[in-house]
Design a protein around this ligand. Structure first.
Ligand code: HEM
Length: 278
């Protein structure tokens, strides 16, 4: 039998393929496009890791294994901090240098990032408009549809609450408000009664995850405004197609501002207001 060649570092990591994936589009080659491209690729790798952790965390929640769910979501948080810090690298691109290759990127935009939407969907923020954006690309659509149909982190947390006897309502169209009220009431008990301390710990780490996602949105906007000001983004047309016609031509920053109110777990945040006396 032929002896197996010992595994090498490069083979294990698929480095030949990985390091051959930086296909610049600028002609003549623009120095800063390398940074721009690698930063985005690095983001997508981290997104892949986050999805892997969160998917398993959800299955632990559904199996009522709170310690493992908490541990895995807690792992995602330092990754999110890395993602925020990474924006600083992009901020070193001078507007004059970015403008040298930006126009060639049209209409490609981070707005189309499939894994970013998967992260939103897996967290419970499911907006059909973003799903429909991928109609026409069968593979992406199927991938996102799977996330749409699969239980989210919030579904997992609702199951955890139900396991402890809380009535958090049924998931039905039109019942969202009634359910939300029941969820907040249950969470209030979870945050304040010591017998639920393990659930409270899970809720805390979920808030941490939600907070860092929100902070990323804020830091990304600040970076965008610093680099391109209030110009329209490269995905302007796609945004209009996805979100519907707007009465004004929004700048990229205007669109991003509309996303700042998004939270994955609004009931966790709402419960904070109701803890204790005023
Ligand atoms: C110089 C660097 C960057 C600039 C100027 C920039 C600019 C923009 C703009 C203007 C938008 C709004 C959509 C549009 O008009 O196209 C946007 C959206 C977005 N960008 Fe960036 N971006 C940069 C880097 C990044 C990086 C590194 C990522 C990491 C994946 C990223 C991810 C996203 C995502 C996910 C959205 C959609 C957000 C949402 O819909 O909530 N961007 N970006």
């Amino acid at each position: 039998m032929a002896k197996r060649r010992p595994l090498s570092y490069g083979e294990y990591l698929g480095l030949d393929e990985l390091l051959d994936l930086q296909h610049l589009v600028s002609k003549p080659r623009q120095h800063d496009e390398v940074l721009f491209l690698i930063a985005h690729q690095a983001y997508e790798l981290w997104f892949k890791l986050m999805l892997n952790e969160l998917e398993t965390a959800i299955s632990h929640m559904l199996a009522d294994n709170l310690a493992e769910a908490t541990r895995l979501i807690r792992r995602v948080v330092p990754v999110q901090r890395v993602l925020i810090q990474q924006l600083e690298v992009l901020e070193t691109i001078r507007p004059t240098d970015f403008l040298k290759f930006r126009s060639i990127l049209h209409p490609a935009s981070g707005f189309q990032s499939l894994q970013f939407r998967e992260l939103e969907f897996i967290s419970g923020l499911k907006d059909e408009k973003y799903l429909n954006l991928h109609i026409g690309n069968e593979m992406s659509y199927e991938q996102l549809l799977k996330r749409w149909e699969a239980p989210s982190l919030w579904d997992g947390f609702r199951t955890v609450m139900e396991e402890r006897g809380f009535n958090v309502g049924r998931k039905e169209k039109g019942k969202e408000e009634a359910n939300y009220e029941l969820e907040v009431e249950a969470i209030l008990k979870i945050f304040t009664e010591s017998k639920y301390s393990h659930v409270a710990e899970l809720a805390e780490v979920m808030m941490e995850y939600d907070k860092y996602f929100w902070l990323w949105r804020q830091h990304h906007i600040a970076m965008v405004e610093r680099v391109i000001g209030s110009r329209p983004g490269t995905g302007e047309k796609i945004i209009e197609k996805t979100m519907g016609p707007t009465s004004f031509r929004p700048s990229g920053v205007d669109y991003l501002q509309t996303t700042l109110g998004k939270r994955f777990f609004p009931a966790l945040w709402a419960a904070r207001t109701r803890i204790g006396a005023y």
